[in-house]
Design a protein around this ligand. Structure first.
Ligand code: PRT
Ligand code: ZN
Length: 283
């Protein structure tokens, strides 16, 4: 049995649940209990606030956790980072009132900076040799300058919309973050094996994202051109067709530029091109 801590509610909850679902690990979502079981795998889910996940995993209350790297770094508990996930991407940035003249990091000398991430910020300013007053506040950091609580802020930025609507502008991106899988240090035995199995499933789901499966009929003498155009996983699968001189080509391609690829395939004589969604990809 392995116990995985995920965010109970908030930005990472939905995508964590979706990842589990797509990995064949459905868990109860309706009655949000603290703990839920997965019927198809020896997995237990612990629903926590994201702030508490690094400590829970560090202490072994949960064996594994899905949480933002920002929380892992800020909390400083000893955990192993075992996998980067493809969601929860954001930056931790310093932002100042947009009308202020910004000359460089020395702008912050003697200033009051509001943040929910005092440890990361403290370390950053120390390294830069800049002395500031860090004000730790729990939420709505972005309004601190307009209400006179601080001169600047250090907070999570993703689209930048929150900064703009609060009359602020980003001046230094201090760290990038995304959701990560962490584990209790030196997990061993059955738990380590189960963790490895979870990661293989997560990777299979991630690999299939943004990929499409193409199937087409093609004159055999155009095969070389298509192989060059679409390298696929190793090389395309080619099957003979009943009609002489023709074959059926199957290949996995990246979804980006899909329309250009389809046009190019048509141009070299491909017919009856079918495009399928991919669910999982195991190497
Ligand atoms: O209740 P709990 O303590 O569990 O949740 P929380 O309120 O502390 O965290 P939550 O759900 O807001 O965020 C969880 C995690 O999502 C964060 O720790 C990050 O790792 C990640 N993440 C990714 C974000 C964002 N993007 C994000 N944009 N977390 C917060 N924001 C907020 C940010 O604080 C700011 O207010 O969104 C605003 C900025 O967004 P933009 O798009 O306007 O720039
Ligand atoms: Zn939180």
């Amino acid at each position: 049995m392995i116990r995985l801590a995920i965010q109970a509610k908030g930005r990472l909850n939905e995508e964590s649940m979706e990842l589990l679902q797509e990995s064949g690990l459905p868990v109860e979502t309706s009655k949000r209990k603290l703990v839920a079981r997965c019927d198809s795998f020896p997995l237990e889910i612990l629903y926590l606030r994201d702030d508490d996940i690094p400590q829970a995993v560090s202490m072994g209350v949960a064996d594994v956790g899905i949480v933002g790297m920002n929380e892992v770094v800020e909390r400083g508990f000893k955990v192993d980072k075992v996998h980067d996930l493809e969601f929860g991407k954001c930056k931790l940035s310093l932002a100042i009132p947009k009308g202020d003249n910004y000359t460089g990091v020395e702008y912050f000398e003697g200033k009051r900076v509001a943040t929910s991430y005092p440890n990361i910020l403290n370390k950053f300013f120390k390294k830069q040799g800049v002395k500031t007053e860090i004000h730790q506040i729990a939420g709505s950091v972005e309004i601190a300058p307009s209400v006179g609580l601080a001169d600047a802020i250090f907070d999570i930025v993703s689209s930048g919309g929150t900064l703009i609507s609060n009359g602020l502008r980003e001046v230094i991106a201090v760290m990038n973050s995304q959701a990560v899988v962490i584990s209790t240090p030196n997990l061993k035995g059955e738990k380590k094996d189960l963790l490895n199995q979870l990661i293989v499933r997560f990777q299979a789901v991630e690999r299939s994202k943004g990929m499409k499966y193409l199937l087409m009929n093609l004159p055999e003498n155009r095969l070389d051109e298509v192989t060059k155009m679409l390298p696929g996983m190793r090389s395309p699968t080619v099957l003979p067709l009943a009609q002489e001189g023709w074959c059926s080509v199957h290949v996995v391609v990246e979804e980006k530029d899909l329309w250009t690829k389809l046009e190019n395939l048509k141009a070299v004589g491909a017919e009856g091109i079918l495009v399928f969604s991919l669910e999982k990809m195991m190497p």
